[in-house]
Design a protein around this ligand. Structure first.
Ligand code: PLP
Length: 419
């Protein structure tokens, strides 16, 4: 598509946007003296207007029913999580039996690694991307140490010297080279720092060919990029709901366990009563019989208020449709990229976008690396009402969220940047 840099062009794009009606379903921050242009849906998504009502209904039912709400609330708490299953499965391309919403993200990373990182003999190593999100690094290192290993058992694939993103061929090569010692490939689906979307299908194939298990942290992928976890054969995955999925700060997390493991009794797991066979849950038996599929990894009964926030947001994703979200994501991100590069070119090339330019290798995040003075520029942008995200040493991350960002938002970003 041929973009133009005028404000009238941005307005025309907004008029023709099939998702334009969705912007008004969200609450925009109003703490600033200027109108806020929100570009941090990759960090904390905005609040859907329906979320307050959804949570209030649970508060009302709690007030009205007390403990009876488990069965008598309008959305009974006993089976509350089940209402989120189909919707979550839809967002990540999974079957319902492969999906559950429960706990928080890092907790789920640990629970899934207990099951899917089972070092044996020579096969002890974990492969991940260099500069993974810190929580993932800590989780992986502590899992290695839990099994008596050290950082020699961690293989990190990073960009080549002088490059910013990881070459796909280097990931595949690294898997192949370590095929005798690799127990697990566990990477971010979209890297939080560069916005690089890895080829999850090929990585899964390569991992399996090497005899390893393959899992992904989809914190920056779920609700952002189009996923087909089932068809790609991914063993397991987990994601948070509060970034692209707009489901409240620190909100609940989703889990994916491939159908092929639904009844795999060879998998060790840490168990809790909510993962126990539903028919027998209240018999309070001694022995644990896991529910078939992802639900069997649940430990605890669901935190209803957080689940309510997630439910209200997932309904919006379903209504908008992942296909339409994906089309707008690619269009608006390319438009923002065009504007930023134009401003840079007209001002002595003072920045570089390190996120891949191919739409197959990114979602809606653009990571801008400044030659110098990035922090000062970031502060000036903030002063004007642009909400972006600063990462040391010199990167600003921005993400136009297809559900609520407009082309005009992007135009304003570029306008402030040029000034
Ligand atoms: C946001 C994020 C987290 C945060 O984990 P919580 O347990 O939700 O605090 C972890 N990993 C990745 C890759 C993230 O992007």
């Amino acid at each position: 598509m041929n973009f133009e840099s005028s404000l009238s062009f941005a307005k025309k794009m907004d008029e023709n946007d099939p998702l334009k009606g969705f912007r008004s379903k969200f609450l925009f921050p109003n703490f600033h003296k200027n109108e806020v242009r929100y570009f941090t849906g990759n960090s904390l998504g905005l609040q859907p207007i329906t979320t307050r009502k959804m949570i209030e209904e649970e508060l009302d039912d709690w007030a009205k029913f007390g403990v009876e709400g488990h069965f008598s609330a309008r959305r009974p708490w006993y089976s509350y999580h089940e209402q989120l299953t189909d919707l979550s499965a839809y967002v990540v391309g999974a079957k319902p039996i492969e999906t559950v919403v429960t706990h928080s993200l890092t907790t789920n990373i640990h629970l899934l690694m207990v099951s899917f990182y089972q070092p044996k003999g020579m096969r002890t190593k974990i492969l991940c991307e260099k500069k993974a999100f810190p929580s993932d690094q800590y989780a992986i290192m502590s899992q290695l140490e839990f099994h008596g290993f050290n950082k020699d058992h961690l293989i990190e694939v990073g960009p080549r010297a002088g490059e910013d993103i990881v070459r796909h061929e280097d990931i595949l090569k690294c898997i192949e080279e370590n095929k005798d010692e690799l127990a697990l490939v566990f990477m971010g689906g979209v890297n939080y720092y560069t916005g690089q979307f890895f080829d999850l299908e090929e990585i899964t194939k390569a991992g399996h060919k090497a005899g390893a298990i393959v899992g992904f942290d989809l914190a920056h992928a779920a609700g952002n990029v189009n996923l087909s976890l089932h068809d790609w054969g991914v063993d397991f995955a987990t994601w948070c709901s509060y970034k692209y999925l707009n489901s409240s700060p620190g909100g609940v997390s989703g889990m994916f366990v491939h159908e092929r493991h639904a009844e795999n009794t060879a998998l060790k797991r840490f168990a809790g009563w909510w993962g126990h066979d539903k028919e027998q849950r209240f018999l309070m038996e001694d022995k644990f019989h896991p529910i078939k599929g992802a639900e069997g990894w649940q430990l605890s009964n669901a935190p209803i208020l957080g689940m309510a926030a997630h439910l209200s947001s997932l309904q919006i994703f379903k209504e908008a449709g992942m296909e339409r979200i994906g089309s707008k994501r690619d269009l608006i991100t390319a438009y923002l990229e065009y504007l930023i590069l134009k401003v840079s070119k007209e001002n002595g090339d003072f920045l570089k976008i390190i996120t891949p330019s191919s739409i197959l290798e990114r979602g809606s995040q653009l990571s801008i690396l400044f030659e110098r003075g990035g922090k000062k520029k970031f502060d000036l942008l903030s002063e004007q009402g642009i909400i972006a995200d600063w990462r040391e040493p010199n990167v600003i991350r921005i993400a136009p969220a297809p559900l609520y960002n407009s082309f005009e938002d992007c135009w304003h970003f570029a306008d402030v940047l040029s000034r």
